[in-house]
Design a binder for this molecule. Sequence first.
Ligand code: SF4
Length: 353
Amino acid sequence: MKIILANPRGFCAGVYMAIDVVDQLLDICPDETIYVYHEIVHNMHVVNRFRDRGVKFIEELSEVPNGSIVVFSAHGVSPALRAEAHERNLTAVDATCPLVTKVHNEAIRYAKAGYQILLVGHADHQEIIGTRGEAPHCTQVVECPEDIPDLVIHDPNKLVYLTQTTLSTDDANVIIAALKKAFPGLKEPPSEDICYATTNRQRAVRALAPQADLVLVVGSRNSSNSVRLTEISQNMGTPARLIDDRSELRPEWFDGIGTLLVTAGASAPEDLVQALIVDLIERFGGEVEQHDVYHEQVEFGLPGTLKEQMRKRGIDPTGRRVLRKDADQAMGAWLDRHGIAHRTVDLTVGVTK
Ligand code: SF4
């Protein structure tokens, strides 16, 4: 069997940053319990690994004892939740992805300018709950074109749309086209809200899925961008399975499969992909090709609230960077260590810096 590994796949800059925030807090506060509001990123393994190290994940701030440290997850939170944390005298450390914060800031700006905001995304997703909370009085969530007739619009010329960062670009385009048709005066956000990591992972699947008989997406079921990768492949006519790890593989999926594409959502750890590849090669034999479609060189700095906690504890944050690994190089070394033949196919169409 030929296994194609999509690049980019797996962790994005926001996920590296959010995970590093909790790692560093565990390091600098060894005697305190670290609470995290919501899953730090939407991945079962990441969350369970932190649970094993004593981190408590909560869905209500009332579960956090007064004065404790609470981390806001990569998906962001509403101002009401920040205020609640402040009132409760909690030490809030903010691991919100800067690209989510960017959408929050757009919502604040347009609300102040008197716009109604049409927020395209999934109403129950943590990110949408947080963004909507910036301007709840003037924000309506649009999940699909069928929602459009129910929108309450005061002035069709004072209307802007914003989007969740992890949508399928195909689905978003359909909804945005329908919104523009219904409201020709609709304003666009100043820059694309769907983030670079979501876009690039989807680009890679669109480019590579047609060559494959099956696509495996490593990611959790509550990971929006992982689910979207699965759907994009299926929409292109290539069957796709979303799996948390190799334990979910079923032998019958591989009957008649000559070429398999493997990718991973932005919150899925690379070691799960590595273990999956070794398992597949042991079962079915074959070769591995890493196909580079887009290069990413995006890095985020440590959040100010974490640096503040470091300084309070006598640690100088100057020069500390978010810990991250190059998935490609790590995979190459891993395959070499396991004696698995591999090569890289350069199909690069762009670089995100
Ligand atoms: S998927 Fe995009 S918005 Fe979400 S954490 Fe990663 S870079 Fe940030």
